[in-house]
Design a protein around this ligand. Sequence first.
Ligand code: F0G
Length: 349
Amino acid sequence: MSWGGIIQAYRDRLPLPEGAKIITLGEGNTPLLAAPRLVTALRGDFDLRLKYEGMNPTASFKDRGMTMAVTHAVAKGAKLVICASTGNTSASASAYAARAGIASAVIIPAGKIALGKLTQALIHGAKLLPISGNFDDALNLIRQMSNLPGVEVVNSINPVRIEGQKTASFEILETLERTPDFHFLPVGNAGNITAYWKGFCEALPQGPRPRMFGWQAAGAAPLVDGHIVKDPQTIATAIRIGNPASGPAALTAIKDSNGRIDKVTDEEILSAYQLLAQTEGIFVEPACAAPVAGLRKAVAAGWIPKGSLVTMTLTGHGLKDPDTALSLFPNAPSAIAPTLEAARKALGL
Ligand code: F0G
């Protein structure tokens, strides 16, 4: 049978309204890639598998939750889906709304959205409302708008988003046919770590389950620092969040899994971002490199025993944020003459 998206695949494990018309773009069923060259570069001795969520239809993990949220919105008769977003939720919401034939409006921190994500929302016809504030301010506004008639909030404060996102855990377990020892992922608004843990708990009611290791950016690390961050700052704009909505659930997942929540600097993120791209050929956006940087830290600290099985979610595609990638290469190569001699000289051959 061909792949028809996560609702078709996991219908028995997802809450759906009676007779709902499923709104799907064929999300899920993403690759789980071995990463031996990255492990060697990190000086580790374990098995690492990368769940490449950038391969979803709008190039981030949000699509798993959005097929559920928009399916529910349509079933309820909503005419407009709304969200606050650092970019990926808005890209996904606007695409699924277009697919459903309903409108979308997205509230975003002005000037802090990666180029690819902004482009996606625009091309799918979303109404863009940039605010002079950060993601936390945007989510605050969305909460106030949630009771407006005909409107459905599709942020992860909508529990069906979490339901959809938990399917990534199911896929990991089915692919591996065993339980990972650790699961690494970035943490922003903390919905995804909550969703993965829910998925692991449902699929493995008796355990054992993976230890959840969540990673925040150092300038936006409220769960690590133990307090709300008023003015979060990081190059990883996707996780530039100071007051995560699912913070308490994330901390429960960390505690119950005997896991860890920790932070990495922008410098460490950018270094890991390039290392992943150059050792494994996998291009992610900066937020996804937070757990890669975290893994480097975990290896150095001796937290990953030899022979462990480690899974990691790479949440979004690198093409979402071309500006950050290009900023690492300020000296664009200049043109050469189209001759063998010039090519040999340029390549040192
Ligand atoms: N990685 C990427 C690429 C993201 O876009 C996000 C969140 C996260 C990680 C963190 O996931 O919030 O569930 O802890 N992006 C949201 C957005 C906030 O609006 O697109 P989380």
